[in-house]
Design a binder for this molecule. Structure first.
Ligand code: HEC
Length: 480
């Protein structure tokens, strides 16, 4: 009796939804038998995305996207909310896992030449998903709403601001105004929580549909050439003869790998925990630290290492070219050999990319161009003046964060010019104008410094002349 009721209900649902007519055949469709461990990274990316959706939705219950509240909300989530610290950790390491998996997935697909006919659109939707994933990382950083988070975004907006014609408009659009503030946070929250996820869901759907429609690619063999006239037919015949059902013969590897990856994220979230919250954002302390999360840091190295004149051009055109190149790749090379031993240019491209990103990444990790937040205050010997105003200026030079970008004597950051004897180079007015207006890579201080503070700073910098710095002995040990 009971079983009959269940059976009737199931029959009703199954008939209306078409589960056994559509979903089950989808799960058990035949795939090439030799599609082994190389093929697990796509499903692992999907698993990481699901972690992000689940943890993101739960975090959004307690997060407050308002400039005055966000930092406190994060403190509350981390310290008091049940499992809050763990959830933030999961969301942070889940993001890293997703970037890592999508990167490996893309490399593997490229290496196997699987972007060729008939899977061009699989590749193109994949490139879109890659872009959206990076966009999620970039917008997510700001929601952390501490000094570091804000500065990464300011630098991003500054870069966009240098684009020809539309630059300042784009920068204003990103920031929601002329400066990072409450409007920026609301905007990023909406983009991070609604716009990009909606696009991700839609394009992931299309991507999966394309995988079903075009079949999983068979591992390439040297000499077997992709010819659009015969490819589909050959593929069907091969699958007919040797294919195995996706579920469970092939999918168990996806399940095992995804479970291991999730296990890794859980361990990191539990053991290491979420990124420590820096200082709450306070625009009066411009402690610039535009150090983005790890997967973007290599790009910041590129910008820092380029000769100053080329920076603008590069920043705008390199990402455009790279994006266009990736999108067009399958349309430019849809046929021919798929095996890497017959695609020397493709192999050279991958090796170059890995070496380049790897070394840039390294230089980004220990780079002089990242503002040095640990720079010690300027010592008395180096100030070398009895004028209390000059001494106050020297203090402000550290407390307002100038020193994290500028050297004076032996200590300080190297993002901006050395100011040890700036008094010889610039007049009082030039220095004042520079501080008030900022410059490329230097924030404007007009709204931040009080008149007497500005006065003291300028007095201090004007005093930085060779005769004033005679007391500075270059053989002194560095202050760091
Ligand atoms: C984020 C890093 C950063 C911070 C913080 C910063 N600066 Fe700068 N500063 C720069 C850069 C980069 C330049 C060079 C800009 C250019 O030439 O386009 C510069 C240029 C200058 C110059 C002109 C130097 C010259 O030789 O032309 C002065 C003076 C100066 N900064 C003073 C200050 C003072 C005072 C503060 C703190 C109130 C400060 N800066 C904070 C990055 C910074």
């Amino acid at each position: 009796m009971f079983r009959r009721i269940i059976k009737t209900i199931w029959g009703w649902i199954d008939d209306r939804l078409g589960l056994s007519a559509q979903i089950i055949p989808m799960l058990t469709h035949r795939v090439p038998p030799d599609a082994r461990w190389w093929y697990v990274f796509g499903s692992a990316t999907l698993a990481a995305f699901l972690i992000q959706v689940i943890t993101g939705v739960i975090l959004s219950f307690s997060y407050v996207a308002a400039a005055g509240e966000a930092f406190n909300a994060l403190i509350y989530i981390t310290k008091d909310a049940p499992f809050g610290r763990f959830l933030r950790g999961m969301h942070y390491f889940g993001a890293s896992a997703m970037v890592l998996m999508i990167g490996i997935h893309a490399l593997q697909v490229f290496w196997f030449g699987a972007y060729k006919f008939p899977r061009e659109l699989n590749w193109i939707t994949g490139v879109m998903l890659l872009g959206l994933t990076v966009g999620m990382g970039f917008t997510g950083q700001l929601l952390r709403w501490d000094q570091t988070a804000i500065w990464s975004v300011v630098v991003g907006a500054e870069q966009a601001g240098r684009a020809p014609l539309a630059g300042s408009w784009i920068a204003r659009f990103i920031l929601g105004g002329g400066n990072v503030g409450g409007a920026t946070l609301s905007r990023f929250f909406a983009i991070h929580g609604f716009v990009l996820p909606a696009l991700l869901f839609a394009i992931i759907g299309a991507h999966l549909q394309l995988v079903l429609r075009n079949g999983i690619s068979e591992p390439p063999r040297p000499g077997s050439v992709v010819d659009p006239k015969t490819y589909r037919q050959k593929y069907e015949e091969r699958i007919e003869k040797t294919g195995t059902p996706f579920w469970p013969d092939s999918a168990w590897r996806d399940v095992v790998f995804a479970a291991a990856m999730i296990g890794g994220v859980v361990l990191c979230a539990w053991g290491i925990g979420p990124p420590v919250l820096g200082r709450p954002p306070d625009p009066s302390i411009v402690h610039a630290d535009p150090r983005p999360d790890w997967y973007l840091i290599w790009y910041f190295s590129v910008l820092a290492l380029l000769p100053p004149g080329t920076e603008n051009l590069f920043m705008i055109f390199a990402p455009l070219l790279a994006g266009a190149g990736l999108l067009l790749l399958p349309l430019l090379f849809p046929h021919g050999e798929r095996h890497f031993s017959r695609r020397p240019a493709g192999v050279a491209g991958v090796v170059m990319l890995l070496v380049m990103v790897g070394s840039l990444w390294r230089s980004g990790m220990d780079s002089a161009w990242v503002p040095d937040l640990t720079a010690a205050p300027i010592s008395k010997e180096i100030v070398a003046s009895d004028d209390p105003l000059v001494q106050r200026g020297a203090q402000l030079f550290s407390s307002k964060g100038c020193i994290s970008c500028h050297r004076i004597g032996p200590g300080g950051g190297q993002r901006g010019p050395d100011l040890t004897d700036v008094g010889d180079r610039l007049t009082r007015d030039q220095i004042t104008i520079r501080i008030l207006n900022g410059a490329t890579n230097m924030p404007p201080y007009a709204d931040i410094l009080k008149p007497d503070e500005l006065d003291a700073l300028v007095r201090f910098l004007v005093s930085r002349q060779v005769h004033g710095s005679l007391l500075y002995d270059p053989s002194l040990p560095a202050q760091k």
